[in-house]
Design a binder for this molecule. Structure first.
Ligand SMILES: [Zn+2]
Length: 239
């Protein structure tokens, strides 16, 4: 989990940046507040604007420690651009990622320490999480929906901070993923996302600043994935 500008400046959605490398249809900037993707959350989308032109940024790709912004057209850019992160897409990702934390926090409590084996957030307003819950009654997972929306209605504050990896490893449930321990930042710490009074876990994603900013959630489906895993699919309630 590297240190990202989108962590330090979560509200920075429009910024000027210099092009430091380019090939047709892809650009590296001297700084970027785009979320690069990871942890089941897709990269930010947006656009670059410059004098006399504009192009959509459709995705991002990390290569050799550098972040390539992939463009919708095979342009080769230079100089300075104004980068604009799509605020609606970012907000959708924040709601769904925080929603997954609410689901896995409630499951962790209800099922005595269920770990996460996978997660995926989609641009269509849904997201899924796989939980290591051998023998679990799927109906109990389906029944969590009112409790999820109760957490949203309580408008709990969400904050992020750094914790030394060794400390995070000692605290039960803070490293929630069964598959991977998030790689520490250069200073040996991991980024923690805390929902006040409910949950804290290591995570590199973009989140809301309080649960009340989210639309209500629905549990769309609970299914078995193999012997151990339960897959919970959630979606944002229609407006
Ligand atoms: Zn997360």
């Amino acid at each position: 989990m590297a240190a990202y500008l989108c962590h330090d400046a979560p509200d920075l959605l429009t910024f000027e940046a210099g092009v430091t490398d380019s090939r047709p249809g892809a650009v590296v900037l001297d700084r970027s507040a785009f979320y690069p993707g990871g942890g089941g959350q897709p990269p930010d989308q947006g656009r670059f604007v410059w004098q006399g032109g504009a192009v959509e940024v459709t995705s991002l790709e990390q290569q050799g420690g550098r972040l390539w912004h992939l463009l919708a057209e095979p342009l080769e850019l230079s100089g300075t651009v104004e980068a604009q992160i799509d605020p609606d897409f970012r907000f959708l990702m924040q709601q769904l990622h925080t929603g997954l934390h609410i689901v896995n926090a409630l499951a962790f409590q209800a099922f005595d320490g269920a770990l996460v084996t996978g997660a995926n957030i989609s641009g269509d307003g849904t997201a899924r999480i796989d939980l290591d819950l051998p023998g679990a009654d799927n109906q109990r997972l389906r029944d969590m929906e009112p409790a999820m929306n109760d957490v949203i209605d309580q408008d709990l504050a969400i904050k992020t901070f750094a914790l030394p990896l060794a400390e995070a490893a000692r605290e039960r449930g803070t490293l929630r993923s069964k598959a991977v321990t998030p790689p520490p930042q250069p200073d040996g710490s991991v980024r923690i996302v805390e929902i006040a009074g409910l949950d804290r876990q290591a995570c590199g994603g973009t989140h809301l600043t309080s649960t009340g900013e989210s639309r209500h959630l629905r549990i769309l489906k609970v299914e078995n994935k193999g012997r151990h895993n339960r897959r919970v699919k959630i979606g944002l309630e229609e407006l």
